[in-house]
Design a protein around this ligand. Sequence first.
Ligand code: FES
Ligand SMILES: [Fe+2]
Length: 443
Amino acid sequence: MLHVPKKGGDGGWDPRDLVEPDRAHRACYADQEVFDLEIERIFHRSWIYAGHESQIPNPGDFATFQIGRQPMIMTRAADGSIHVLYNRCPHRGAMLTNEHMGNCGQTLTCSYHSWQFKLDGKVHAIPTPDGYKGTRLSTDNPDCSMKAAPRVQGYRGFWFASLAAEGPDLVTWLGGAKAAFDDMCDRAPEGEVEVVPTCFRVIQKSNWKIFLENQLDALHPSITHGAAGKAASEVEDEIKAETGENAPLQYHYLSAFTTPIYKWDGLQTRGFKYGHCILEGYMGLRPTDPDTLEYEAVMERAYGKARTEEILTTNIHHVLVYPCLSVQAPLQQLRAVRPLGPDRTLTEIWHFRLKGAPEPIYRRSLHYFNLVNSPSTMINADDLYNFWRCQQGLESEGGDWVSFHRNAGQDPEKDGEITSVTGLSEMPMRHMFTAWTDYMGEG
Ligand code: FES
Ligand SMILES: [Fe+2]
């Protein structure tokens, strides 16, 4: 237990005392009690990403995931509807499955004593039910059924669940962060994306907020990833010298990290209600190679020239859906954040196909998935190393506060949307902590 500052002096602690407009106390990252309260007040109350509907295309399909400390299961019922249930058998409490995904047929069957449940969680059959005669439990008792998440909603194929019965609906809650899903789906000629059904799962030895803060930290890429970027840039030069052609786009995914700091400073970040944030794009993802030109022709046939231009010039690199997602729509990537402890975070790294787009466009997404977001690439590995170092320092007694002072007090706000004065502003971190304080303070 860390010593946390208490302004009221009644012997307890108040999460609002851990955050100031330009800094946060290290207890926010390293204290078990703070973490426990985050799970209760943030993760068990906001909307949390469940998965994409294409993970469970057929009746009987299921996928498991976690909301805070709760093991959950998302199912597809025979009528096509999607349900999110607690992954818990109402008999003696066993998890129904520990598989990440699969198909259970017409019922979910507990392998302990064979209670069976329909795909919406309602009890279907209990072996030798006569044994319950005269007891308080009968099959029409709702206690015999699996418990459903109080609220489940999807937006353009991306499904969320909330363990709180009350609260804003998903679309209202997403607000400007809807752009993550609009941008990704609009880039598909058919207006939809399809998940690639396996993901990387990485356990980061650091607090979940360190990951989110890093996504919009435009100061670190050319420093942390500069060496990888320089190596890729040298290979690009060699390819050009040898062939006279530009290197394929995937080299640029890495060489873009040589972007000098002053250019990062020219980008903009934006903050929306509930802590969601956007970082503008910097990579330039419209080369003029034959694959891209073919894709653009398919897009024009689907949307017309003007709308295609509007879609392809949407310039977003990251959208953070606070507290659970980082989405890179133009690259069809999504990372889901599942906190495990103050110093442990599971991330699921997914990528998607644009429905109706030519195959080489999918390969690009796969290249980015493997070259930048994979745990085995130098880019992600360098980030993970930073996160671990931050966690080690924050658990030390070398200082109590984390600095978010860069451009503090200079964040212009209009109609509930905050913009940064420079790309390097630590506005996104301050903005996320404002949401954190709202969730944690109000409960
Ligand atoms: S614990 Fe599931 S059937 Fe007994
Ligand atoms: Fe990074």
